[in-house]
Write a protein that binds this ligand. Structure first.
Ligand SMILES: Cc1ncc(COP(=O)(O)O)c(C=O)c1O
Length: 410
């Protein structure tokens, strides 16, 4: 470093995503949009390739008064926002727990505050081997580490044995643990924890009555997974747990309300006692103060207005359903074509991405580019964003991907 201090950070590594995305753009300019599949983009696009936007949410933004965005917001969020977040996350089935909330800039901010408030410097955070890569950056930037367990077993099921072994190992070294579970519609695999998976998780974490267990559920894709109630059923399992277990939820308005750029989210706790809930609010407020201070008042106000108006909420839900249906059709088209081609995928349920595990993912990604198909190579596989391409394009990829894997790994 010249003036900056690396402090263990990996700095200056070229951004893989950006690299492949610009290659795709270049190829589109040469060969035409209709001849190139750009499955690198991590946001939901319409079939015409435009950002899918909930117009009712944007209308809400347009109607704001100057004070709604000019004025500072309280650090933990404007008062109506707390109630709004609870409704957005749990709908009308509020859990039997002491729920507190704290505004954060997106789900990223919620993850950041969870790491800050619920781990010590030097400690490790536990998550699956397939995970959203910023988890590691968020942990390491704050002087923590990430440890992983193998998320799937040989049959493509949640590997609860590996989860239990890794947690046991970690708790032999630490007096507590922060566990991140990203469900439903996990990034990058599209996996959704089943009711049985949740039972296994709970069974496992209940084996450590002397340890502090914080279980953070990252629900970034909740509203783009499937039936709103069915996909929230797992929250019930997170109540009535022993007092040494604290369920946390990372809420994001980025996808569900198409407010990616507004940076709006929250960390919630489902605390077993009022003391733990108060402590949550106090600790999060300090963590927020020291990082971004207060949050985006305009975004909080828009969300609050939506949840205060039944008709507006119905409109938002209806608009979202249209895009969700399209997304589910795309995912199905990909998985059907993958089954027909005999392409082995990670167990996809719903969401923006399908991941195909393979060796030499980087080379496979390059080989696939020969067919004008652009994807993101991850360490152990290739990530396809079904959110950013059409149903027809989804159906076209698996056969070519299979050929690319065979060509590289023959
Ligand atoms: C798994 C996962 N968690 C959290 C986030 C946070 O997103 P944001 O900070 O935009 O809300 C993302 C965004 O892509 C994600 O994929």
């Amino acid at each position: 470093m010249i003036m900056a201090e690396a402090n263990g950070r990996t700095i200056g590594k070229p951004d893989k995503l950006f690299g492949v995305s610009s290659l795709a753009k270049q190829r589109i300019a040469e060969a035409g949009k209709e001849n190139v599949i750009d499955a690198t983009i991590g946001v939901l696009l319409t079939d015409e390739g435009k950002l899918a936007v909930l117009s009712s949410v944007i209308e809400g933004l347009r109607q704001l008064a100057p004070e709604d965005f000019a004025e500072y917001a309280p650090i933990a969020g404007i008062p109506s926002y707390g109630e709004t977040v609870k409704k957005a996350v749990f709908l009308d089935e509020q859990p039997d727990a002491f729920v507190e909330t704290c505004f954060t800039p997106g789900g990223t901010g919620a993850l950041r505050n969870a790491v800050s408030c619920y781990t010590k410097p030097g400690e490790a955070v536990l998550t699956g081997d397939w995970h959203w890569s910023p988890y590691r950056v968020i942990a390491e930037e704050q002087g923590r580490r990430l440890e992983t367990y193998s998320l799937f077993d040989g049959e493509g099921k949640f590997n609860y044995k590996a989860f239990g072994a890794s947690l046991t190992d970690l708790l032999n070294r630490q007096e507590g643990a922060l566990i991140i579970i990203n469900t439903p519609a996990h990034n990058p695999t599209g996996y959704t924890f089943t009711a049985d998976d949740w039972d296994r998780v709970i069974e496992t974490i209940c084996k450590f009555p002397d340890k502090k267990i914080r279980l953070l559920v990252d629900i970034a894709y909740l509203d783009f997974s499937g039936d709103a109630r069915a996909y929230r059923a797992f929250f019930k399992k997170l109540t009535g747990l022993p007092e040494n277990i604290l369920p946390l939820v990372a809420f994001s308005a980025s996808k569900g309300f198409t407010l990616y750029g507004m940076r709006c989210g929250a960390l919630l706790c489902m605390a077993p006692t009022a003391e733990i809930a108060k402590e949550f609010k106090d600790a999060c407020t300090v963590a927020s103060r020291a990082s971004w201070s207060n949050g985006n008042r305009a975004a909080m106000t828009v969300l609050s207005n939506i949840f205060a108006d039944e008709n507006l909420l119905a409109k938002v839900t209806e608009e979202r359903q249209f895009f969700l249906d399209a997304l589910r059709r795309r995912g199905k088209a990909f998985m059907d074509a993958a089954a027909a081609a005999g392409l082995n995928c990670c167990p996809y349920d719903s969401g923006f991405f399908v991941t195909v595990p393979c060796e030499n993912a980087e080379a496979v990604g390059k080989e696939l580019q020969k067919y004008d198909i652009f994807t993101i190579p991850l360490g152990e596989g290739v990530r396809v964003s079904v959110a950013s391409i059409t149903e027809t394009e989804c159906a076209r990829i698996p056969e070519k991907l299979k050929l690319a894997i065979e060509a590289v790994n023959a």
